[in-house]
Write a protein that binds this ligand. Structure first.
Ligand code: NAD
Length: 275
């Protein structure tokens, strides 16, 4: 029997923030089934521990709030002391924003909070991962951006701006880190009914049950016959993290069924006919 045949991350160590649930959890599971050891860093302790139980002995949980630089620094040091290496740093933790949609109603404290988690948390993650990756002159850094960072009008301003910033961070950091052989990429997912999207939609549509919310979110996609799922993002993360993407850096891999590539005129006409 050939042990490890086809395992694309065999012998690799990954750290994923926000991996107690949703996209991060799906990526952790995918990485582990491809031979990696994964450190799950999340603010939700109990959920994180349950996720680790579910994912098995190659997963380990450590509490981390990405807004605290000391927490980020600690999880990197923890990973190094536990596994002696860090090959993949996936900055995935993020939160939605529930301020009112108009700029005139923008709550700037909420704006700061969103930027703190979605942008500063990513910068801190890259800073501390680089600290241990640069001496080894290798590494793959991933971030979760969003289609809302590419197009206006898809989400509230603070969230949209934060995700545009993530795409900018990837370009800026890829430019510096290429000379150390470190690749930096991001993934921009379309809407997926994970915990934070469901919570956000509950606020927007009170009285609508979760099953309907899931259907509503899936109904937003343009690619017929399929839906966008956390596993689709995990597959993209596996590709970018692995040597299959050994010459890919500074890239934003958009997983949206084509949504941001075109204006669907037929759909627009149908919507107009309905109003
Ligand atoms: P999720 O709510 O299932 O997962 C987010 C995780 O981040 C949670 O486990 C949460 O505890 C953790 N987290 C939140 N704040 C944190 C902090 N300060 N420190 C550490 N961990 C923290 O949602 P998800 O959809 O899996 O979100 C993952 C990423 O994907 C986010 O960056 C989100 O912006 C992005 N994204 C999601 C969608 C979508 O439609 N679900 C689309 C595009 C991008």
């Amino acid at each position: 029997m050939v042990v490890g045949f086809g395992l694309r991350l065999e012998g690799k160590v990954a750290l994923i923030t926000g991996a107690a649930s949703g996209i991060g959890k799906a990526a952790a599971s995918k990485f582990i089934s491809n031979g990696a050891k994964v450190v799950i860093a999340d603010i939700q302790h109990e959920l994180g521990q349950n996720t680790v139980k579910e994912l098995g002995p190659n997963a380990i949980f450590i509490a981390c709030d990405v807004t605290k630089e000391s927490d980020i620094s600690n999880v990197i040091d923890f990973t190094m002391s536990k596994h002696n290496q860090l090959d993949i740093m996936y900055n995935n933790a993020g939160v939605p924003c529930n301020t009112l949609p108009s700029i005139v109603d923008l709550d700037l404290e909420m704006f700061d909070r969103i930027m703190d988690i979605n942008v500063r948390g990513v910068m801190a993650g890259i800073k501390h991962a680089s600290r241990v990756m640069i001496p080894r002159r290798a590494g793959s850094i991933l971030c979760t951006a969003s289609v809302t960072g590419l197009m206006g009008g898809l989400a509230q301003h603070a969230y949209s701006v934060s995700k545009s910033a993530v795409i900018g961070i990837v370009r800026s950091l890829a430019a510096e880190l290429c000379k150390y052989g470190i690749r930096v990429n991001c993934i921009s997912p379309f809407a997926i009914p994970t915990a934070f999207v469901i919570e956000d939609m509950r606020r927007l549509f009170p009285g609508v049950d979760d099953k309907q919310i899931v259907e509503m979110v899936h109904g937003l996609g343009v690619l017929e016959g399929t839906i966008c799922e956390a596993n689709d993002i995990a597959n993209a993360a596996l590709y970018l993290a692995s040597d299959d993407a050994k010459y890919v850096s500074g890239h934003n891999l958009v997983i949206d069924g084509g949504f941001t590539s075109f204006k669907n005129l037929e759909l627009a006409i149908q919507n107009q006919a309905r109003t």
